[in-house]
Design a protein around this ligand. Structure first.
Ligand code: BGC
Length: 421
C-alpha cells in the first residue's frame, strides 16, 4: 500500500514540474481519481475490505498547542480538510488522527485543524482549507448553525462537504452526514436508568437529575430527546421526580460539554435540593465529560450513602476507570474507528464523482452495522443523507468483552489502560 501511494505521489510530483496542479486541476484530478481508485482498491485488498483496520495512530497525547497539521504538498493529489472541534475531549484527538491516517493511506493530502472549541477559529480553519484548494471538507462542527457563510464559499469553490458526527444546520451545501444513531444514544442511557432503578417493578418514586450537552451541538438535542422520550412517561406518572424541577433541555444543558460546568451545576442542585439524607438515585449525563463533573460533584457534595447511577457516552479512559471502580455506572460506547472508516469510504466516493447511497454499505461489506437514512436528518435546508452506526451500552459487567476483547483498549505492563484502535 505504501509503495502504491509512493508511486502515486511520484507520478503526481513529476507532472507538477511542468503543470501547476491547481490551475490545471481538472485534468490532473481526472487522472488522479483513476489512480486513487486503484490505490483504494489495493488498500481494500491489503486491509481485508476495510474490516479490522489497524491504526498506527499513537494514543491521544498531543497538547492543544499544535493546532494545524498541514501535509499539503501541492502535488495535485486530492486535498482533504479535516476540521475538528477541540483537543480537550479524548475522542476528537482520536477521530482527527484516525481520519488523517486513513485519508493519507488512500493517497490524499490532509489538512487537520482543531478549533479550540471556538466558532471563529473553526471558520478561519475552513477558509484556510478552501484557499489551499481542498476538494473535500470533513467537519465536526463547534456550532452546527454557524457555518452557513463559509460553506457557501466552499460551494463556490466546488468543495464537497461531509458533516462528521455532528449535523451542520441550515445549509444546503452539506452533502452527507456520518454519525452514530444519536437518538439511540439517549435511549440507551434512559433504558439503563429505568432498568437499574427497577422502575417497572417498584412503587417507590426515584429521584433523578439531568445533565444535557452543549446547546449549539445539534447532537445534544437528539441525545436529550432519545432519553426524555423514554423517561417522560415515568416522570408523568410520578415514578421519577426531578427535585430541582430542571428538566428543560436548555436549563439542563452544559456549554462546551464542560466537566467543570456540569460539576458546578450539580453541586448547586445537591446543596439546594438534596439536603441531609435526601436521596438522589440517578444522574442522566449526556456524555463522559459531563459524567466526570457529576461524579466529582457527588464525591464532594452528596450526603447519602447510596451509590448514584451515572450514565455517560464515549468510553473515555478516565470514565472507564470510573466504571471499573464503580463511581460511574455505564457509558454508551461509540467505536470511532467505524465512524472514520465510513467517513473515508464515503469521502473517497465523493472525491471520485460518485453519488453514494445504500449500495456503499453493501459494497463495503463492513463487519459492523451501518444504515443509510434519507428521512430523519433534516438540517433546516435539506434532508441530509446519513450513514448511521450503532452505539453499545458498556457497564462493569460487559466492559472486558466490549472494550478489551474487541481490542479497542489494552492494558500496558503496569496495568494502565490505553486506546488501541
Ligand atoms: C459527540 C459526543 C461527544 C460530545 C462532546 C458530541 O457531538 O457525539 O461523542 O461526547 O460531542 O464533544
Amino acid at each position: 500500500m505504501c509503495d502504491i501511494s509512493h508511486e502515486l505521489s511520484k507520478i503526481s510530483a513529476k507532472r507538477s514540474i511542468s503543470v501547476n496542479a491547481h490551475q490545471n486541476g481538472s485534468n490532473m484530478k481526472k487522472l488522479l481519481s483513476i489512480l486513487l481508485l486503484a490505490t483504494f482498491a489495493a488498500a481494500i485488498i491489503l486491509t481485508g475490505c476495510g474490516k479490522n483496520t489497524t491504526s498506527k495512530v499513537a494514543p491521544a497525547t498531543e497538547t492543544a498547542k499544535e493546532e494545524i497539521v498541514d501535509t499539503h504538498s501541492d502535488d495535485g493529489r486530492f486535498v482533504v480538510g479535516i476540521s475538528m472541534p477541540d483537543k480537550f475531549l479524548e475522542r476528537w484527538n482520536r477521530d482527527g488522527a484516525y481520519l488523517k491516517d486513513e485519508f493519507e493511506r488512500i493517497g490524499c493530502e490532509v489538512i487537520l485543524h482543531y478549533s479550540n472549541n471556538l466558532i471563529d477559529v473553526q471558520i478561519e480553519g475552513l477558509r484556510d482549507m478552501i484557499e489551499k484548494d481542498a476538494d473535500l471538507l470533513v467537519i465536526a462542527a463547534v456550532d452546527g448553525a454557524a457555518l452557513g457563510p463559509v460553506l457557501d464559499e466552499a460551494k463556490a469553490a466546488n468543495v464537497k462537504v461531509l458533516a462528521y458526527d455532528r449535523l451542520i444546520m441550515n445549509s444546503d451545501v452539506v452533502d452527507y452526514y456520518v454519525s452514530f444513531d444519536n437518538y439511540l444514544v439517549g435511549q440507551l442511557q434512559a433504558v439503563y436508568i429505568i432498568a437499574r432503578l427497577g422502575l417497572n417493578f417498584t412503587d417507590t418514586p426515584k429521584n433523578i437529575e439531568l445533565i444535557s450537552g452543549d446547546p449549539v451541538d445539534n447532537n445534544a438535542r437528539y441525545f436529550y430527546a432519545g432519553a426524555m422520550d423514554s423517561l417522560k412517561p415515568y416522570i408523568d406518572k410520578g415514578s421519577i421526580n426531578v427535585l430541582s424541577g430542571q428538566t428543560d433541555f436548555y436549563v439542563t444543558s452544559t456549554a462546551q460539554w464542560s466537566t467543570e460546568l456540569a460539576q458546578q451545576r450539580l453541586q448547586i442542585i445537591l446543596t439546594s435540593y438534596y439536603p441531609d439524607d435526601t436521596r438522589l438515585d440517578a444522574v442522566l449525563c449526556a456524555n463522559d465529560s459531563t459524567a466526570l463533573g457529576a461524579t466529582r460533584a457527588i464525591e464532594s457534595d452528596y450526603g447519602s450513602e447510596n451509590s448514584v447511577v451515572i450514565t455517560g457516552q464515549d468510553g473515555d479512559i478516565a470514565n472507564i476507570y470510573n466504571i471499573i471502580n464503580g463511581t460511574q455506572s455505564m457509558t454508551v460506547f461509540k467505536a470511532l474507528n467505524q465512524e472514520t472508516i465510513v467517513a473515508v469510504v464515503l469521502g473517497k466516493a465523493l472525491l471520485t464523482g460518485e453519488t453514494p447511497d445504500e449500495s456503499l454499505i453493501t459494497k463495503a461489506n463492513w463487519s459492523f452495522d451501518c444504515s443509510f437514512n434519507t428521512t430523519d436528518y433534516d438540517n433546516g435546508a435539506k434532508i441530509v443523507p446519513s450513514y448511521l452506526l450503532k452505539p453499545v451500552t458498556v457497564t462493569a459487567a460487559n466492559l472486558e468483552e466490549k472494550l478489551f476483547t474487541t481490542g479497542y483498549y489494552r492494558r500496558n505492563s503496569a496495568g494502565m489502560i490505553y486506546s488501541a484502535k
